[in-house]
Design a protein around this ligand. Sequence first.
Ligand code: PGA
Length: 263
Amino acid sequence: MRVIRVTDHAEVSALAAELLAKFIAEHDEVVLALPTGGTPLGMYNELVTLARTGALDLGRATVFNLDEYVGLPSDHSQSYASYMRRHLYDRAEFDPTKLHIPDGNAEDLVAACASYEGRIAEAGGLDIAVLGIGANGHIAFNEPGCGLNSRVRVVRLSDRTVLDNARFFDDPRAVPRHAITMGVGTIRSSRALMMLASGEGKAAAVAAALEGPVTTRCPASAIQLHPSAVVILDEEAASALRVRPWSKEEFLADPHAPQFLFL
Ligand code: PGA
C-alpha cells in the first residue's frame, strides 16, 4: 500500500487523474470502478480536460459505478446515474455500451445485484477501483458492520451517511435509505485500488482505515489487505496518520511505484 500526501484537494485530483490517464494510455482495454460524491469531482474535471486535449482516450474505458441509490428515478438529479452523466459521461467521448451502473429501480433487486456482479466478471474483472472514504469509514456504500468478503447487494444506509449525503438534496428527507453497492469483496477483487480523501472531516476515518485493525467497524480498512493499493490524501485528511506518507515526488521518482498500476 502506497500512501501519498499532497497539499490540497486540487493536488489529490490532479495526481489521481494523472495516474489513471497513464494506466488507460498503457492498456488497450481497461475496466474501472468509479465513485460519486464530492471527492472525485476534481479528478473528473482533470480527466475531461485531458480527454479534450487529446491526451486521453476515454472511449476505451469500461466503467462500473461503485453504487446507486434504490428507488430514486435514474433521471433524478441526485441519482448516481445523473451524477455520472453530469460530471463525466456527457463531457467526454465515452462508449455508452461500456458504461454500467446498478439498477436501483429494478423490480427484482436481488437479480439486479447478481446481474451487476456477473457483468463485472464478464468484462474480465475490475482493473482499478477508485474509492472515496466516508467519515464513518465506509467504502462505496459498505457501511460499518458489513462483511469484508461481501459482494454486490442491497444495503441499508447508516444514519451518518444519510446525513452526510443530505447536503446534495433540496429536500434532505428525500435521501434514500437503501442502495445497491459493490461489496467489499467485489472491490478487493479489483487488480488495483486507488483511494482518495481530502479535508479534516476524513482524518479520523483515514487513520482508522490505514493504521487501525482490519475490521468490519471500518470497511475501508480492508484496503490494508490489498496487494496493489495507492492512497492519495491531502494534508488535512492525512493529519491523524502516525506513519509518514510518501510525497508525490518520492512516489513518482520511485522505480517500483508504477507497480500498483499493474501488477
Ligand atoms: P464524499 O463521499 O466524496 O462526498 O466525501 C465519500 C464517500 O462517502 O465515499
